[in-house]
Ligand binder design. Structure first.
Ligand code: PHB
Length: 403
């Protein structure tokens, strides 16, 4: 087995790993990205689609291939609908522009990845698909190593000055960062999931609609003028294929009173379980975690991809300090990374948990719980201060760039 060398070994070619490689390259720091999946798999996996204004602005600067501001759609608000047990539906709008002067962009994650992969390959990035990482060793030394199997089935060893785990919730890097005794993290599971569909139909609404109905939550989202994405709250154990298309439309219609849904053939369905998670450790020695490897959020606040981008903005600063200074640079920034990244992570954890608890009905909810939730929804829509918190969090807090 031959040992190769690079400056930063990035495990995972998702938004976090790809954006990080770009930010490092801008500083003249070479990296290698490894991902176990094929390019087709990465570019074809359906994920969520909301980008904070700051994330969209950053992506637009990468490699000249970004279509976020051309194919993506600017959204200046969302609909927030709810109904009392008596069935009186209320439709409100949270006006992001009026409340914050900011917007979000609807641009699905797989499109982001198509753009980023083209940009990074075009810039000469060493990006290896089909490469499995088994483990990371030596993170307490200044030459950590990534060990695994190449696309050709050969064992490999990649020695680096720093290793980054950007490889999602089942990260192969995380055990080296958390250590066996602290494996796992701060964790919360929810007693419901989302049933998601993609259908061929025109949009039912110009903006996203988050609806808390007496029958449970639904979200009307979009993908394009001809493809729509919609979700409804379901049991985490539901089989996505056990229900007919007509039944799916009945559920969606019953949970969005007052909205006329434009129906069409459903060509994909899935059940998304969700949980809140933050790794106990985000960095150890010469390794750090970013994106879903470090944390996962429920999808209600649309924060997943956005938080990953915020992580790597901070980490790239810390790595520049560490790797570019004379005599090996300063560890000050990397020592500050975990605490600095944690602040936004926990703000986003709170927001995602709050949006989730505001909009979903738990199976054991009492009448008190339901009426209290309606009171909370009214406190949001009837108060500018209440609406503004939602708008600020949804469109994205300013990036912290100082460590
Ligand atoms: C989506 O379009 O997939 C989507 C949008 C907003 C969310 C979650 C998912 O909060």
């Amino acid at each position: 087995m031959t040992t190769e060398r690079t400056r930063v070994a990035i495990v995972g070619a998702g938004p976090a790993g790809l954006v990080l490689s770009h930010l490092l390259a801008e500083e003249g720091i070479e990296s290698v990205i490894l991902d176990s999946r094929s390019r087709e798999e990465i570019e074809g996996t359906i994920r969520a689609g909301i980008l904070e204004q700051g994330a969209a602005e950053l992506l637009a600067t990468i490699g000249g291939t970004s279509r976020v501001h051309t194919t993506g759609e600017r959204h200046e608000g969302i609909g927030l609908h709810f109904a009392s047990p008596a069935g009186d539906g209320e439709a409100h709008r949270i006006d992001f522009q009026a409340l914050t002067g900011r917007s979000v962009w609807l641009y699905p994650q797989h499109e982001v990845l198509i753009d980023l992969i083209a940009a990074r390959l075009g810039a000469g990035q060493d990006l290896r698909f089909g490469t499995t990482v088994d483990r990371v060793e030596g993170v307490e030394t200044d030459r950590p190593r990534v060990l695994g199997t190449t696309a050709e089935g050969e064992p490999f060893e990649l020695e680096a000055e720093f290793v980054v785990g950007a490889d999602g919730s089942r990260s192969a890097v995380r055990p080296a960062v958390t250590g066996p005794s602290r494996e796992g993290g701060y964790f919360r599971e929810y007693p419901f999931a989302w049933f998601g569909i993609l259908c061929e139909a025109p949009p039912s609404s110009a903006e996203l609609i988050y609806s808390n109905s007496p029958h449970g939550f639904a979200l009307i989202s979009q993908r394009s003028p001809t493809v729509q994405r919609m979700y409804f709250q379901c049991d985490p154990h539901d089989d996505p294929h056990a229900i007919s298309e007509a039944e799916i439309w009945d559920v969606l219609q019953s949970r969005t009173p007052g909205v006329e849904l434009r129906e069409g053939p459903i060509f994909q369905r899935d059940v998304l379980r969700f949980r809140s998670f933050v790794s106990h450790e985000l960095r150890r020695g010469r390794a750090a975690l970013v994106g879903d490897a470090a944390h996962t959020v429920p999808p209600t606040g649309a924060k997943g991809m956005n938080l990953a981008i915020a992580d790597v903005i901070l980490l790239s600063r810390a790595l520049s300090e560490l790797l570019l200074g004379a005599n090996g640079g300063s560890e000050r920034g990397i020592d500050a990374y975990a605490a600095a990244a944690s602040q936004r992570i926990w703000n986003a954890q709170h927001f995602s948990w709050w949006m989730t608890s505001l909009l979903h009905l738990t199976p054991d909810a009492s009448d008190f719980d339901r009426l209290r939730q309606l009171g909370e929804l009214r406190s949001v829509v009837e108060s500018e201060a209440g609406s503004r918190y939602l708008a600020e969090a949804y469109t994205g807090w300013p990036y912290r760039t100082e460590l």
